[in-house]
Structure formats: structure tokens, C-alpha cells
Write a protein that binds this ligand. Structure first.
Ligand code: NAD
Length: 497
């Protein structure tokens, strides 16, 4: 039996008649588990109107009360995180422990947002002129839009909405239509936590819903995460309509392994970061850059570890689940064929894997290529699947140049025991997030997440203090009280006296 997944508008499930909908799959069985409503422009307009109506009341709700609601949400999310993780696994396919990990990383942003009273504190300068004080405040924007990808249906929305709501904004979230139920579950938790209706809305859909958010005059900002072509489109369209936009795009993350590295640690890291979540992470490692002479040894160690990985249903304690849809599995398998045809050495071929799961699941096993070159599509393009490429380079400088020449700049890692080399790398590499002997350097909630180059459009990263800055705008106030003197008319530019 398939369930209907509908929007959450003004504090309750939407009750309208749906015009268009899409299929939602259980990727581990290939069975259609639900149908998700696709919003027309008019339905998106209803959600924006509800958010707009809720804004003045929520903005004027005291900080103390807003934080109480956030703490209540935090408690509910913590108590029900297994339930949410199971929803993520059922629609995304990632294994349960990984789904729980994403919920935990989202929870950390909620905890960061619980500190909003401190984060919103402005500055105060007493007596800048005789009897005159200057101070600054940061105020919410109004209705803010969030558009999220399929690969983190719980965590990515939580990079944004806890901070947006804590700062006094109201939210319209358009989650991925591939795994929409996590967002609806989160909306239910907000209602239970005491968030007023209209402050958090979820609207499902495709381009029509996105375009309405991007062009609607009552939407003040858009936070987007997804592939680079759509991120670029969202940035250009949203800013052309006067909105503040942060659009996080795709990735191709390199792991540079220097000759002095601990190769067992590096091989563990390459396997964990290459095949965790079936490579469907924007911080996945997809290229290992082996500096001579480590190539042969490193490839052997990676292949040895891959032989022990169990691919299967994420509910059965396997290491790696299916890909999100059959179409995506076929696209990734197409890259494997293209890599082999282009002359890369196919060390481990994940097509036709042994799986612990139903025959109809969207399976592709871990795949390893060696001797990959920069002209191959498996190197140049984002694959977003369990395909790891090894590129061999003669030196640190050649490896660095390779990374800096790639159009993406989301994450990267260096494996070395040389502190000087690591320090040089962190300084010279043109990438937003860097790991030193750490393969997936996703910053903690109180730092900000974001890439460089084609991995981010806009100038503000997600969460941390940059997130607070994105969801607020500043005012500076100059005030004079009870000053008996009066300087009279003076058309000169005000200066201190
Ligand atoms: P996607 O770009 O296909 O979809 C992202 C969102 O955009 C979804 O909500 C989708 O409904 C919407 N969308 C899709 N096509 C659209 C169109 N033509 N017009 C308007 N909206 C459209 O991305 P995805 O496949 O869901 O997610 C995977 C991608 O996201 C990968 O490229 C991955 O690297 C990227 N990602 C990046 C980060 C990051 O932090 N940089 C994090 C997670 C995922």
C-alpha cells in the first residue's frame, strides 16, 4: 500500500485536492512506497501567505519564549531520533546507523540555535558624542525559503531552519521530492514543541514550486543545497528577484596522500569516505591523489578493505545501502562503463554486486578505479555514487595543482605525518573545508559549512555565525536622550564632539 505525503501549511497537513504528484520509492526493494503531492504555484503561494501572516507575531515573541520552543523541539527530536532515522532509511536507502548520524548532526545545529540570545547580541558604544550613544541590533528578514537535496533529507534542512526560526523568521521548506517524509515528521515535532502555526511550512514539489519561491515578492531569502547547475540557476534567479541567496552546489572531493602518511589510516579513510552512504554525500571522497611512490600499496590496501564491505538493505546492519533511485543507479553505472572505456584500470567492479536485500533494490556495489586521468569523465564530473578513483601524481605540488584546477571546491583532505606539509596545504588549497588526517571534514554546527568555486554561489556559508548573519540584517541606531543643549541648525556632516 502506498501512502500519500502532503504539504504542511499553517500548522497542519494540507487538505486540498492535488493536481500532480510523484512516486517515492523504498530504494532497498524498488517498490513504490508513497506518492508525494507536487505543489502548484498557487499552493506555494498559500504557504508563503501563511508564513507571512505568522511573521509579525513570531518576530515579536520574546527571545526567552522562542528559545523555550527551540529547547522543546530539541528534546522531542532527541527522544524520537531513531524514528526519524528509520524514515530516512526507508526513503533514501542509507543504512540506519548513517541515518542516525545525519539526525545527530542536524540536532547539533538545533543545539547551536538554542544559544540565539547570545548570538543576536549587538554592540553598544556609550558617549560617542556628548550625550549620544550608538548601538546595533540584528533583526529577522521575514519569510525565508529553503530548498534541500535528497541526500540528507533531515540534516540539510536542519543546517538552516533552526537558526532561521530562532532568529525570528518564518520558513517555507521545499524538500527533495525523492525523500519528502522526514521534513513532514520534523514539522510535526515543531507543532508539538509549541511553534505557532505558519512559522514552519513544508511544501513538496518540483521546478514549479521552486520557481514560485524564487520569484515570490514576499520571500526574502533562499537557502539552497543541490547540484551545481540548479544552484547556479537558483542563485541567479533569486538574486535577480531581490533576494538574499546562498546556494550550495556539487562537489568532487580529493584526498591527497603523501608518501609519509600512515597508509592503513589513509586506506580506512578512503573506504569510509568513499563508500559511506553509497557515495551520496557532498563531502564524500571521490578521488584519492596518491603521491609517488605510495600508489601500488595504497590501492592494494583499499581493495582489500572493499572486499569486506556488505552491500544490502540498510535495515539489516549492512555497511552500504542502495542508491536512491533506479535512474540514479543507472547513471552511476554509466560512469563505471565510461571509465573502463576511457582506459582507467577497473580494480573492483561494483556492477552486479552480491547483496543482502531484495532483487528489485537499486544496487551498485563499491567500485575502484586506478590510473585515472584528468580528461576522463569519472574524474571531471561529480558521480555521486560508490565510485572511487585513484590518480597518481609525482609530487605534492602536482597533487595540489590538480585539486586547485578542479572546478569544484567543497571539501578536501590531506593524509600525512608532516605538520609543515599539512600547514602548507591548508594555506594553499582553494577549497572551503579541509581535513588533516580526517576524511570528511564537516564542520561542527558552531562553525560554518560551505565550499568554494562551483560548490557555492553567494558569499555566506551555512550555520555557525555565518548562518546567523544570513538570517538577520543589521541596524545601527544613534540616540540622544534628555540632552538639554541644542546646537542649533548645522548642515555639516555629523562628527563626534
Ligand atoms: P538536485 O539539484 O537535483 O535537487 C536539489 C533541489 O532542487 C531539490 O529540492 C529538487 O526538487 C530541486 N530541483 C531539481 N531540479 C530542479 C529544477 N530544474 N529547477 C528547480 N529546482 C529543481 O540535487 P539532488 O540530486 O537532490 O542532490 C544531490 C546534489 O546535491 C549533489 O550534486 C550534491 O553534491 C549536492 N549537495 C551539495 C551539498 C553541499 O553542501 N554543497 C550538500 C548536499 C548535497
Amino acid at each position: 500500500m502506498t501512502s500519500r505525503i502532503t504539504h504542511w501549511i499553517d500548522g497542519k497537513p494540507w487538505g486540498g485536492v492535488v493536481e500532480r504528484s510523484g512516486e517515492v520509492f523504498d530504494p532497498a526493494t524498488g517498490v513504490v512506497s508513497g506518492r508525494v503531492d507536487f505543489a502548484s504555484s498557487a499552493v506555494m503561494g498559500e504557504a508563503v501567505a501563511a508564513a507571512k501572516a505568522a511573521f509579525p507575531g513570531w518576530r515579536d515573541t520574546s527571545l526567552t519564549r522562542r528559545v523555550q520552543v527551540l529547547f522543546a523541539f530539541r528534546e522531542l527530536l532527541s527522544a524520537r531520533k531513531e524514528e526519524l532515522a528509520a524514515i530516512v532509511t526507508a526513503e533514501h536507502g542509507k543504512v540506519l546507523s548513517d541515518a542516525l548520524g545525519e539526525v545527530t548532526r542536524g540536532l547539533e545545529v538545533v543545539e547551536f540555535a538554542c544559544g540565539i540570545p547570545h548570538l543576536l547580541k549587538g554592540g553598544f558604544s556609550e558617549g560617542v558624542s556628548t550625550g549620544v550613544d550608538v548601538y546595533s541590533v540584528r533583526q529577522p528578514l521575514g519569510v525565508v525559503g529553503i530548498i534541500s537535496p535528497f541526500n540528507f533529507p533531515a540534516m540539510v534542512p536542519m543546517w538552516f531552519f533552526p537558526i532561521a526560526i530562532a532568529a525570528g523568521n518564518t520558513v517555507v521548506l521545499k524538500p527533495s521530492e525523492k525523500d519528502p517524509s522526514a521534513a513532514v515528521f520534523l514539522a510535526g515535532l515543531w507543532a508539538e514543541a509549541g511553534l505557532p502555526p505558519g512559522v514552519f511550512n513544508v511544501v513538496h514539489g518540483d521546478k514549479e514550486a521552486v520557481d514560485t519561491l524564487l520569484t515570490h515578492p514576499d520571500v526574502k531569502s533562499v537557502s539552497f543545497v543541490g547540484s551545481t547547475p540548479i544552484a547556479r540557476y537558483v542563485y541567479e534567479t533569486g538574486t535577480a528577484h531581490g533576494k538574499r541567496v546562498q546556494a550550495l552546489g556539487g562537489a568532487k572531493n580529493h584526498m591527497l596522500v603523501l608518501p609519509d602518511a600512515d597508509l592503513d589510516l589513509a586506506a580506512d579513510a578512503a573506504v569510509n569516505a568513499g563508500f559511506g552512504s553509497a557515495g551520496e554525500r557532498c563531502m564524500a571522497i571521490s578521488v584519492v591523489v596518491a603521491v609517488d611512490p605510495v600508489g601500488d600499496t595504497l590501492v592494494a590496501k583499499i581493495a582489500e578493505r572493499m572486499a569486506g564491505l556488505r552491500t544490502g538493505d540498510g535495515r539489516r546492519g549492512c555497511d552500504m545501502g542502495p542508491l536512491v533511485t533506479g535512474a540514479h543507479r543507472d547513471k552511476v553505472a554509466g560512469y563505471v562503463a565510461a571509465g573502463a572505456a576511457a582506459g582507467a584500470t577497473l580494480v573492483v567492479d561494483g556492477r552486479d554486486p552480491d547483496v543482502d536485500g531484495a532483487a528489485g533494490g537499486f544496487w551498485l556495489g563499491p567500485t575502484l578505479f586506478d590510473h585515472v586521468t584528468t580528461d576522463m569523465s569519472i574524474y571531471a564530473e561529480e558521480i555521486f555514487g560508490p565510485v572511487l578513483s585513484v590518480v597518481r601524481v609525482p609530487s605534492y605540488a602536482a597533487g595540489l595543482a590538480l585539486i586547485n584546477d578542479h572546478p569544484y571546491g567543497n571539501g578536501t583532505a590531506i593524509f600525512t605525518n608532516d605538520g609543515g606539509a599539512a600547514r602548507r596545504f591548508q594555506n594553499e588549497v582553494e577549497v572551503g573545508m579541509i581535513g588533516i588526517n580526517v576524511p570528511i571534514p564537516v564542520p561542527m554546527a558552531y562553525y560554518s559549512f560551505g565550499g568554494w568555486k562551483a560548490s557555492l554561489f553567494g558569499d555566506t556559508h551555512a550555520h555557525g555565525t555565518e548562518g546567523v548573519h544570513f538570517y538577520t540584517r543589521g541596524k545601527a541606531i544613534t540616540s540622544r536622550w534628555l540632552d538639554p543643549s541644542h546646537g542649533g541648525i548645522n548642515l555639516g556632516f555629523p562628527t563626534q564632539s
